[in-house]
Each structure stands twice: as C-alpha cells, then as structure tokens.
Ligand binder design. Structure first.
Ligand SMILES: [Zn+2]
Ligand SMILES: [Zn+2]
Length: 381
C-alpha cells in the first residue's frame, strides 16, 4: 500500500510507493543509447492493450464511432493517434476515487470503498491539508502518515518508438502540450485535488525507465512545501513592490541579454541568474499568468516551437545528457493566483548532488548561466 509520511522537522511529505520497484526498466543494461533489454514497448502503436484504458487520446474522434471501431484491428483511426494519456500501471499516488464514471470503471472496488469511507470521515472539515486527514492510519504526534490521494498518469507522446520529444514536429509537440493542458484542467476540476505537476524524465540519469518518449502527471491532495514557498515569495514581492517578480525579471533579462537563449512573441527562454545546475534554463511566458492550463492555442504553438529549439540546442551542446523538465503551474484553488507566474523549467542532469549540497542545501554550480546561455545559443537553429 502506498502512503505518505510527514517529516515534521523539514515540513515535508514523503511518498512511499514500493509498487514502483516492480516497474520494467529498459535502461538497466544500457544507460546511454537505445536500450535493448528485451522488453516489448507498451507505448508503441499496436500495443495499446498493454496499457490501462486511456483518459485522453488526441486527436479526438467521434466517440461512438471510436468505441465501435476500436474493436476492429483494421480500424484506420486506431493507428492515427498522436498522443495517449493513460493511468500509470505503477502509480506513485493511487488514483482518487471520484464520482466520474471513467475513474470508477478503473478503480479497484476494495480500495475505492475504503477511500469513500475516508472521504466521508473528512467531509465537513474545512482544512483539506494532509495533516487534516491523518487520523485514519494509526498516527502519533511524531509519526504522521496517511494514504495519498491523487493520480499518476503517463502522457505517451508519439505512436512511434522515438526517444526524444525533439524528434517530433512542432505541430505534434503542440498536441503533447495540449494533452498537458486538458489533463491539468481535468484534475483542477476535482474538488479534493490541490496540485498537479507535469514532468519529463529524459534519460536514465533523469529517472526514466522506458525509452519511448513520454512525460508524466502526478496530482496530489496537498501542495508540496517548496511550491507553497515559491507562491509565498511571489506574493511577498507583489505586496512589497506592487509587481510580479518574474515579469520584472524577464524585462531585465531581455535588456541585458547575456542569459537569454531566445525570445519569441509569447516566450523568453533564459538561463536563470542563480541556476543551481549547469545548463538549466526556464521558458517563461511574457504574458503574466499563474496557470499554464489557461494558455491560448496560439501561445501553445509558440511554446512547442521554443521547447523544440531549446531542447534540441541542449541535445546538440551536450549529447546524451539526461534532463528533467517540470511545468511549474499555480496550485489549484490558490489564493495567490494574482502574484503567480507559470514557467517550464529544464534541469539537465550533468552533475550529481553531492555531500555539500546535502549538508547545506547550498549548491555548487560549475557552469555560470552566462556561459551556458552562450553555448546553447550557438547550437540554436
Ligand atoms: Zn515504443
Ligand atoms: Zn508575472
């Protein structure tokens, strides 16, 4: 059973998910190139039966026709999907029991009724924080634990067995981002969900276990402490100076230029002034707004283009580098939405977090962002 445990000293929750030990790992034998661990790829077209029923398929087709047609393997539409979103077979956070019929159809009945009971118990409590629902799992004041609620989904980015999102056309990458947008809107509409993070692990050093290009979404019924802290800092800046910290930062970065990778109509990509990791960069919307999921379709196309160009530059500048990207959007139902500004953070895994970092939470970065930006700009197409 998965559970979250609270570390009072650091004010952090840790998710325990022993089930994830069982997931297949194509990178075990070969951490660099195309893995050949003998594991059939469940994300490839033709292997749809290997994954749970999708929560979203893009492009969409007429639902009646699609349902009927899917029964036939000769159905041409079956092979036309670009992006599929499926529940993770080895979830870090189990699916929430919701009234939504699709979710119900996928729930394990035993687990579901248990969660309904837990929900009934916590109904009426104004505070939905993790601390509010710890009573069900034999807690003491020191050792607090609870069952996590939320969801864990995989966004399969292509029907073809490609490893990097940069091999896809810009229009196709826009469909991937559209899938993020729709699933975030879905989770945002669930009353007990407070936050969702969309992320990509590319390469073994970044935590990927399957080669086929994919990203993930984990939704939670609490806001992680670090996210909350950033929201508080942005709100503090707004109160003190009457403006958005990130909007001001973008303006100043564009004026200086030395850390800017590229600028487009809707976005600016920069290597942040105090980056903790070599070659990390952020893609920031010029238009102030806290929620990625409210992005316009025009800006979404632009984001696909900027992502492709900057990630391709990283791949060219540092071949075989693993990286994570993280979509940092506002917590749902946030009171600080006005001060929030979403961004896409790219964190290459070129260095290891070592003893000093663990001991001090202060990072040593061997590459200045000015140098990283200059190198990445050279590799931009
Ligand atoms: Zn594949
Ligand atoms: Zn802003």
């Amino acid at each position: 059973m998965n559970e979250t445990r609270y570390d009072w000293l650091t004010d952090r929750w840790v998710i325990f998910a022993p089930n994830r030990e069982e997931r297949p790992d194509q990178f075990k034998l070969n951490t660099r190139a195309v893995p050949s661990g003998g594991i059939e790829c469940p994300f490839c077209v033709g292997f749809e039966h290997e994954t749970p029923h999708p929560t979203l398929v893009l492009p969409e087709y007429d639902s009646d026709a699609t349902t009927n047609n899917r029964k036939s393997t000769n159905d041409p539409a079956r092979n036309l999907w670009k992006v599929r979103v499926v529940p993770n077979k080895f979830p870090a956070v189990p699916r929430t029991c919701l009234s939504d019929s699709l979710e119900h159809a996928m729930e394990d009945p035993g687990t579901c009724s248990e969660r309904v009971q837990n929900r009934k118990r916590s109904a009426g409590q104004a505070d939905l924080s993790p601390q509010a629902s710890t009573a069900t799992l034999n807690n003491s004041q020191i050792f607090q634990r609870r069952q996590p609620r939320g969801g864990h989904e995989v966004i399969i980015e292509s029907p073809h067995h490609v490893g990097s999102i940069t091999t896809l056309a810009v229009e196709h990458i826009a469909v991937v981002f559209e899938a993020y947008r729709r699933r975030l809107l879905y989770w945002r509409a669930q009353s007990d969900i407070r936050y969702a993070v969309v992320f990509k692990n590319f390469g073994a050093d970044a935590g990927a276990s399957l080669f086929h290009s994919h990203s993930q979404l984990i939704s939670l019924d609490f806001v992680p402490r670090d996210i909350e802290r950033i929201q508080e800092r942005l709100a503090l800046y707004l109160r003190q100076f009457g403006s958005c910290y990130l909007c001001e930062m973008i303006e100043e970065e564009v004026l200086r230029g030395e850390r800017v990778l590229l600028e487009t109509e809707h976005f600016v990509a920069i290597c942040p002034f105090a980056s903790r990791f070599p070659f990390s960069f952020s893609i920031l919307p010029r238009k102030h707004g806290g929620s990625f999921e409210e992005i316009s379709s025009e800006a979404l196309q632009d984001l696909a283009d900027v992502s492709k160009r900057t990630l391709s530059a990283l791949e060219a500048a540092r071949p075989f580098a693993s990286y994570n990207f993280v979509l940092q959007t506002s917590p749902f139902q946030s009171r600080q939405e006005d001060s929030s500004h979403w961004r896409l953070r790219v964190i290459p895994r070129l260095s290891k977090v070592a003893g000093f970092e663990w001991g001090s939470d202060c990072f040593i970065n061997t590459t200045t962002p000015e140098l990283a930006a200059a190198v990445l700009r050279e590799h931009l197409k």
